[in-house]
Design a protein around this ligand. Structure first.
Ligand code: MTE
Ligand code: MOS
Length: 758
C-alpha cells in the first residue's frame, strides 16, 4: 500500500480534458432529448416577503405551446425539498419568503414557450416587511437553528485577566457559485411509475430521495444519473434537488419527459450562495503577542430556510482558530433567518469564513503591539511550544504547520521582498504595495459522521477490460481519473483498460454527496476494496492453475505473473469465467476513528488535516481603491498526491475562486431585497487577468498522509481556496488599516484609505 506506485501518483491529464476543450464532453443539455420532451420554467416571486394571495395563470395558459401551469397543489407527494428533513417548500404556498423564490412551474412544448409562459403568470402577493440583513435578523431574534457554542476553558475569566484586550468587528460577503453549467434536470417517466432522472448534481442519492418525496413514491422508483457536472462548487450539493424534483413532478403529472434548465438569471435568483458573515470578537493577549483568550460571535445570513446552514456553521466554528492554539475560547454561532435566498454549501463550507476570524485577530494584535502579523501568528501556532489541541478536542500537526509556513515564506523570498516593498512605499505617495500571508489547517471529513462512507462497483470483462462505477460525481475536479488510477494500480493494468461510467443510484446506492473534499478519499478506498476482492479471486484461480500460493501472483504490466508462469490480464479473466469465478464485486469504505458530538461540539470530527500556506503581494492605487495581486506563492500539503497535475489545477483554481470571493465578487440587492447582480455584467468573477502574473504553486514535498488514506494522499478540493486569505491580509498591509470588510472591492479599499486620511 505504501510502496512504489506506477499509475496512482502519476501526473495525468483529466480524462475529459480534451473533450472539455473541443466541446465534445456531453453535459446534460447536450444529450438528445427523448421524443415528446416538454420544457419547464419556474415562476419566481418578485417580492421578498409576503402573503401569496393568487396565482393568475389564465393569460399564460392562453399562450401558444404552454401545456400546464403547476402549483404546490399539483404536487403528488410532499411539497418539501429540505435536505435535513424539515419543511422547505419546492413551490411557495401561502407565504413567499424571498425574491426569486419558485412559486409555480410552467410546462410547455419548447423552452422559449415555457419562459414566455412564466413571464405571463401573474402573482398577487400582499407584501410584508422583509428582514434583509444579519443585523436586522439579530435585532428581531430571528434564527433558523438554535445558537451553537464551541467553548473551551473560561474565556470571560481569561479575558478579564489578560494584560491586553482589544475587540473588533468585520463582515464578509456571500458568493455566487457561477458554475458554467447552470442547474438542469431531465426527467423521463417509464413503465410502472418508474422515472429516470438526469440531474446536474453533486448528490444523486439526495436527488433520488427528494424526488421520491415530492412524487410520493418509493426510492426504488427513481433512478438518478450523472455523467458530469459542469461545476458544482457546493452549489449543487443540496440545490440541485429543487430543479430535479420539479422536472420529475412535471413529468409524472404530464406523463411526458420534462427538462428544466434554469436561465442564468433564474439560477442566480433562486439558488443559494455562500453565507455572508458578521464577526464580533474580543481578544486577550500578552505583550509577546500570545493570544490568551478569544470570545467571538459568528453570525451568518442563512437566508429563509436552514438548508445546510448548521453544517456550515459547525465548520466555521471549528476553523475559527485555524492553525493557531488559544487556551480559553468561547465561539458562538448564530444562523440568522432573513428574507433572502437560502444560503448553502460553497467550497470550504463555512471554513473560509471561520479562517477569517483568527486572521483578523492576528492582524489587530500585531498592530496594537507594533509587530508583524506573521510573527504574532507564528507565536500562536498550534504545536510545540504551544499545545497542539483544538478547542473541540482534536490535535493538529504542529510540525506541518511550521513546515508549510517556512516553505511558503522562503519560496516567496519574504525578507528581501518585504524590504523592497517598504522602500517602494516610502518612494510612492499614491501607489502602495502590500505583502500578506496565511497558514491553513483544514479538517477533512464530513462534519456529519455518517456521511463518511462510500461504495463502488467494479466489473472485469473476459477480455480484461474493466468497468468502474462509484458513488462520487465528476464536476471537473478530476475525481473520476483519480479513482480510475486507483483501480488500474490494483489490477496492474493500463489506465486505458478502465472504463469510467456515469454515477447512478441504480448501480451504487445510498451514497453521500461529493463534497467536503472527500471524493477521492472515500470513493478511492471503496473502489480499491472492490478491485482487491476481484484481484484476490483472480489470484486464487491463477495460483491453483500454476500450483503456487495466491500471494505469489503479481499483477503488473497488464499481466498476472508468478515465477515463470504468466498470463495476460485478459487471459486470466477468461480463465476465471471458465472456472465459474465471479468477476464483479462491490466495495465499501467508511472513514475510521471519527467521533463527534454535535451537541457538545467535542470529539474528532476530521480524520486528518490538510495544511497550506500562502504569501501574496498586492498593489493598491490609493486614489481609486483599484487593486491587484502581483504575485502569489502557495504551498499545499497534498500528502502523496494521487495525481499532481489534477491537484495543481485544483490549487490554482481554488485560489482564484477565493480571490474572487474576497475582492471582486459582490452580491448586491436593492432596498426591497431583490438581488440585482444576476449575471456576469453586474457580478464580477475573476477573469484571466486577475490571475497573479507571478503565480508559484508548490505541493509540499514528500510527506505521505500520517493516517491510512488511499495511497497516503490528501484531499485538495477545498483547502487552497482559503489560501486567498493572504490577499486580504496583503490589502490590509498596503492600506495600513485595522478593518477591511469583504469583499475588498475598490470602493471598500478606497473607503478604508479615506478613513485613515481624516
Ligand atoms: N473543481 C472543479 N473543477 N469543479 C467543482 O465544482 N468543487 C469543489 C472542489 N473542486 C469543484 C472543484 C468542491 S466545493 C469540493 S467539495 C470538491 O471539489 C469535491 O470534489 P472532491 O471531493 O473529489 O475533491
Ligand atoms: Mo464542497 S462546498 O463540500 O461541495
Amino acid at each position: 500500500m505504501d510502496g512504489a506506485l506506477r499509475i496512482a501518483g502519476q501526473a495525468m491529464a483529466h480524462d475529459s480534458a480534451l473533450k472539455h476543450c473541443t466541446g465534445e464532453a456531453r453535459f446534460l443539455d447536450d444529450t438528445a432529448e427523448p421524443p415528446g420532451t416538454l420544457h419547464a420554467a419556474f415562476v419566481l416571486s418578485g417580492v421578498a416577503h409576503g402573503r401569496l394571495l393568487a396565482i393568475e395563470s389564465g393569460p399564460a395558459l392562453a399562450l401558444a405551446g404552454v401545456v400546464a401551469i403547476l402549483t404546490a397543489a399539483d404536487i403528488p407527494g410532499r411539497n418539501d425539498i429540505a435536505p435535513t428533513g424539515r419543511d422547505e417548500a419546492l413551490l411557495a404556498t401561502d407565504l413567499v419568503e424571498h425574491a426569486g423564490q419558485p412559486v409555480a412551474l410552467v410546462v410547455a412544448d419548447t423552452r422559449e414557450a415555457a419562459l414566455a409562459g412564466a413571464a405571463a403568470v401573474m402573482l398577487r402577493i400582499d407584501a410584508l416587511p422583509p428582514v434583509l440583513s444579519i443585523e436586522a435578523a439579530l435585532a428581531a431574534e430571528q434564527l433558523l437553528i438554535p445558537p451553537m457554542l464551541l467553548a473551551e476553558g473560561d474565556a470571560p475569566a481569561a479575558l478579564a485577566a489578560a494584560p491586553h484586550r482589544v475587540s473588533g468587528e468585520f463582515r464578509c460577503g456571500g458568493q455566487e457559485h457561477f458554475y458554467l453549467e447552470g442547474q438542469v434536470a431531465l426527467a423521463i417517466p417509464g413503465e410502472d411509475r418508474d422515472i429516470v432522472l438526469h440531474s446536474s448534481t453533486q448528490h444523486p442519492t439526495e436527488v433520488q430521495h427528494i424526488a421520491a418525496r415530492v412524487l410520493g413514491c418509493d426510492f426504488n422508483r427513481v433512478t438518478v444519473q450523472v455523467r458530469r457536472v459542469g461545476g458544482g462548487f457546493g452549489g449543487k450539493e443540496s440545490n440541485a434537488s429543487a430543479v430535479a424534483a420539479a422536472a420529475a413532478f412535471a413529468a409524472v403529472v404530464t406523463g411526458r419527459p420534462v427538462k428544466l434548465r434554469l436561465s442564468r438569471k433564474a439560477d442566480i435568483a433562486s439558488t443559494g450562495k455562500r453565507h455572508p458573515f458578521l464577526f464580533r470578537w474580543e481578544v486577550g493577549f500578552d505583550v509577546a503577542g500570545r493570544v490568551l483568550a478569544l470570545d467571538a460571535t459568528l453570525a451568518a445570513d442563512g437566508g429563509h430556510t436552514p438548508d445546510l446552514s448548521g453544517g456550515v456553521m459547525m465548520r466555521a466554528l471549528t476553523h475559527a482558530l485555524n492553525a493557531c492554539h488559544v487556551a480559553d475560547v468561547r465561539l458562538r454561532g448564530l444562523v440568522c433567518k432573513t428574507n433572502t435566498v437560502s444560503n448553502t454549501a460553497f467550497r470550504g463550507f463555512g471554513g473560509p469564513q471561520g479562517v477569517l476570524l483568527m486572521e483578523d485577530v492576528v492582524h489587530r494584535v500585531a498592530r496594537v503591539l507594533g509587530r508583524t502579523p506573521e510573527a504574532v501568528r507564528a507565536h500562536n501556532f498550534a504545536g510545540a511550544p504551544n499545545p497542539a489541541t483544538t478547542p473541540y478536542g482534536a490535535t493538529l500537526e504542529g510540525d506541518l504547520i511550521r513546515r508549510v509556513w517556512a516553505e511558503a515564506r522562503d519560496g516567496a523570498e519574504w525578507d528581501r521582498r518585504r524590504a523592497e516593498i517598504d522602500a517602494f512605499n516610502a518612494a510612492h505617495p499614491f501607489l502602495r504595495r502590500g505583502l500578506g500571508s496565511v497558514v491553513l489547517a483544514f479538517g477533512i471529513s464530513f462534519g456529519l459522521p455518517h456521511l463518511n462512507q462510500a461504495g463502488a462497483l467494479v466489473h472485469v470483462y473476459t477480455d480484461g477490460s474493466v468497468r468502474l462505477n462509484h458513488g462520487g460525481t465528476e464536476m471537473g475536479q478530476g475525481l473520476f481519473i483519480k479513482v480510475a488510477q486507483v483501480v488500474a494500480e490494483v489490477f496492474g493494468v493500463d489506465l486505458e483498460r478502465i472504463a469510467i461510467t456515469a454515477t447512478s443510484t441504480g448501480e451504487v446506492p445510498n451514497t453521500s454527496p461529493t463534497a467536503a473534499s472527500t471524493g477521492s478519499d472515500l470513493n478511492g478506498w471503496a473502489a480499491h476494496a472492490a478491485a482487491s476482492t476481484i484481484r484476490e479471486r483472480m489470484a486464487a484461480v491463477a495460483a491453483a492453475r500454476w500450483g503456487v500460493e495466491p500471494g505469489d501472483v503479481q499483477f503488473e504490466d497488464n499481466r498476472a505473473t508468478a515465477g515463470n508462469h504468466t498470463l495476460s490480464f485478459g487471459e486470466l479473466a477468461q480463465a476465471c469465467y471458465l472456472a465459474r469465478v465471479s468477476l464483479s464485486a462491490t466495495g465499501y469504505y467508511k472513514t475510521p476513528d471519527l467521533d463527534w458530538d454535535g451537541a457538545t461540539m467535542r470529539g474528532r470530527p476530521f480524520f486528518y488535516y490538510s495544511y497550506g500556506a500562502a504569501v501574496a503581494e498586492v498593489a493598491v492605487d490609493t486614489l481609486t481603491g483599484e487593486n491587484r495581486v502581483l504575485r502569489a506563492d502557495l504551498v499545499q500539503d497534498c500528502g502523496r498526491s494521487l495525481n499532481p497535475a489534477v491537484d495543481r489545477g485544483q490549487i490554482e483554481g481554488a485560489f482564484v475562486q477565493g480571490l474572487g470571493w474576497l475582492t471582486c465578487e459582490e452580491l448586491w440587492s436593492d432596498p426591497a431585497g431583490r438581488l440585482r447582480t444576476l449575471g456576469p455584467s453586474t457580478y464580477k468573477i475573476p477573469g484571466s487577468r486577475d490571475v497573479p502574473p507571478v503565480f508559484n504553486v508548490r505541493m509540499l514535498e514528500g510527506p505521505p498522509a500520517r493516517v491510512p488514506t488511499i495511497f497516503r494522499s490528501k484531499a485538495v478540493g477545498e483547502p487552497p481556496l482559503m489560501l486567498a486569505t493572504a490577499v486580504w491580509n496583503a490589502l490590509k498591509d498596503a492600506v495600513g488599516t485595522d478593518r477591511l470588510d469583504l469583499p475588498a472591492t475598490p470602493e471598500r479599499v478606497l473607503a478604508a484609505v479615506s478613513s485613515l486620511r481624516v
